[in-house]
Design a protein around this ligand. Sequence first.
Ligand SMILES: C[S@@+](CC[C@H](N)C(=O)[O-])C[C@H]1O[C@@H](n2cnc3c(N)ncnc32)[C@H](O)[C@@H]1O
Length: 287
Amino acid sequence: MTVKKRNLKYRINWRDARDAILQERIGGAKLRFDPDIQTKSASDFSKRIKEGEYEYGRKTVEAFSGFLDPSMGVLEIGPGPGTVTVPLSKMVRQVTAVDLSLRNISHLEENLREEGRENVDVIHKNWLHTDDAVLRDSYDLVFCSHFLWMIPDLEGHLEKMENASRGYCAIVQPAGRGDLVKEVYTAITGREYGGEFEPDGDYFAYVILREWGRLLNVEHFSFTNTMTLDEKVRSTASFIGRFVEVDEGVAGRIRDLVLPHANENGEFVETNNVVVMWWEVAPTKNK
Ligand SMILES: C[S@@+](CC[C@H](N)C(=O)[O-])C[C@H]1O[C@@H](n2cnc3c(N)ncnc32)[C@H](O)[C@@H]1O
């Protein structure tokens, strides 16, 4: 039993563009200025979503309101610290959240505890190694947020999502980045910024799904992030470090470049956009 797809003679060649972008990103960020950066960055992220009172997640749940039902069982792929998981778990019967990072899982579990959520099963697993035969038609909603660049095979990922759903699928993806990190990229690397660390991957998924004949509902919202100077330096370094090694000298330059952009409280406030796409899987199944 497979999900029906259209067999098109003419297809958009999205693959080359996506592969080229991925080629530039490959390899973890080279961050030599702080041995604890990954632990600190994960905790910065968790702190940030809580300080923002889960704005990103609450607005995602609002965007899901066209189909969400309190009786739903949901599979979330790559929940991180619970950006969407926490608010969504308040609106549905049950959430299963699969993540391969123990660091992020510990933040997720702490945040679920703090919010008294008991309807979330947290599973430490690589989504790509889950068994499609076991997952088939198991959830009313299967979704991922800020995840599309984490996997090499986008079509395979979308197929796996549809396989596990008996109702709906959704993709939530930040769209664009703030200007400051792009300015710092140019100042440090000497290269004009060309979208190298843009998070939007939604358009690749859109093209694939439309080629398959899926009818997508597309919405968007904006949310605000606030960071301290140290957090802003770590966050900016995590992007720049994919292109040049960030040692103490480069980290110092990043600090000098971002500092003038702090507000009167010494904080960095940034508003970013997010795209939400959802579609009904069930009607196209088994046709
Ligand atoms: C950028 S974070 C997004 C977190 C959250 N969904 C959000 O929107 O803020 C991506 C998450 O996906 C997880 N992840 C990446 N690849 C994965 C995989 N193959 N299987 C399961 N989780 C994965 C990472 O550990 C991380 O927690």
